[in-house]
Write a protein that binds this ligand. Structure first.
Ligand SMILES: O=C(O)CCC(=O)C(=O)O
Ligand SMILES: [Fe+2]
Length: 363
């Protein structure tokens, strides 16, 4: 991937055009550090056996405003053990430090899309990164095709990397913590929308399609032209992201459409709501565009966990949140079909845009 590019073009200037962003989307390398993205202390729900209701109420309000104003926030005192985070971060560094041949032994393919790959394109421009994806549930049930009339379901499984030792165990342990945290956050989001705390449980409890991604962004000789991940919105319900101390994640500020850098805070998690929560909330909350800027000096690592519902979930605005004054803004869509459709286009660079929730928007 990026390594190959360096070998192919040791003289800067001869750059692989697949990585080059349209001038409109190239990053400014002098950045605005965000004061704005809220930092939310989750201790009212993590440190007490019997949470007191006024502190929960305050927390719910904070979450609600963060979802409305930013679509992004950071959480501290979240209850995920720091030692576990350190273990997965170390394992990720060890995995990516291997040769390309070793990493390719656990490459993803069209039948099992988890594993290693280095050719993701976001909006048809190649990302300057390599990733290792791992499903939260094994097996994960998924439609065979994106065809609406095809009811056949298949399943995906995870690869078994031999190195580093215990890689799978560490990832699985970490995924359990991510699931726990995401359920707590979904409860707070439900309460903030005036719903029952457990309103979203049914979409994840019996089955889900969530996965974790280990990201490695190598140093890039032309950070003003390429991006680690091009601008995009996350398509699931919620993302929980661990970023290292290097920084590079930028969020589109709703107020003025400026790109704002998200400041690395040790041991904090960055949370963003995805397209599904936008649809469930009938646009009360918006899934916000973000991207990753790379730099010429330092490599960067990050670990997002994508909370995705069961494949048979029909995604549509919740009954409780629509009425005559506020009618449904989206037509229903089947999550599994949407996911497979996305994946089909993921395997090839296409000239048209990916499927989006806007394709289901009621004008
Ligand atoms: O690496 C990051 O900071 C964010 C990555 C991201 O947005 C994604 O993988 O969807
Ligand atoms: Fe993302």
């Amino acid at each position: 991937m990026c390594g190959q590019v360096l070998i192919q073009s040791p003289a800067m200037g001869e750059v692989d055009p697949a990585f080059i962003q349209d001038p409109l989307h190239r990053p400014k390398l002098s950045t605005i550090q965000a004061e704005g993205i809220p930092i939310i202390d989750l201790s009212p729900i993590t440190n007490h056996t019997l949470p007191n209701s006024s502190s929960i109420e305050g927390l719910v309000k904070e979450i609600g405003s963060a979802c409305k104003e930013w679509g992004f926030f950071q959480v501290i005192n979240h209850g995920v053990p720091l030692t576990l985070r350190q273990r997965i971060e170390k394992a990720s560094r060890m995995f990516f430090a291997q040769s390309l041949d070793e990493k390719k032994k656990v490459s993803r393919d069209e039948n099992s899309p988890s594993g290693y790959y280095d050719t993701e394109h976001t909006k048809n421009v190649r990302d300057w990164k390599e990733v290792f994806d791992f499903l939260a549930k094994e097996p994960t049930f998924i439609p065979i095709t994106s065809d609406e009339h095809d009811d056949r379901v298949t399943h995906w499984t995870n690869p078994s990397p031999q190195y580093p030792p215990n890689f799978r165990d560490i990832i699985q342990e970490y995924v359990q913590e991510m699931e726990k945290l995401s359920y707590k956050l979904m409860e707070l989001i439900a309460l903030s929308l005036g719903l029952e705390a457990k309103r979203f449980e049914e979409y994840f409890m019996k089955d889900q399609t969530s996965f974790i991604r280990l990201n490695h962004y190598p140093p890039c000789p032309y950070p003003h032209l390429a991006l680690g991940v091009g601008r995009h919105k996350d398509s699931g319900a919620l993302t929980i992201l661990a970023q290292d101390e290097v920084g590079g994640l930028e969020v589109k500020r709703q107020a003025d459409q400026e790109w704002i850098r998200v400041k690395p805070i040790p041991d904090a998690y960055i949370i963003n709501i995805g397209d599904i929560v936008q649809v469930w909330s009938n646009d009360a909350y918006e899934s916000v565009e973000h991207r990753v800027v790379v730099n010429s000096q330092k490599e960067r690592f990050s670990i997002p966990f994508f909370l995705f519902p069961a494949q048979d979930t029909e995604v549509k605005p919740l009954e409780e949140l629509i009425n005559e004054q506020n009618p449904s803004k989206f037509r229903p869509y089947k999550w599994g079909k949407f996911l497979v459709h996305r994946l089909d286009s993921n395997f090839k660079k296409q000239n048209e845009d990916n499927i989006q929730i806007y394709d289901y928007k009621i004008a």
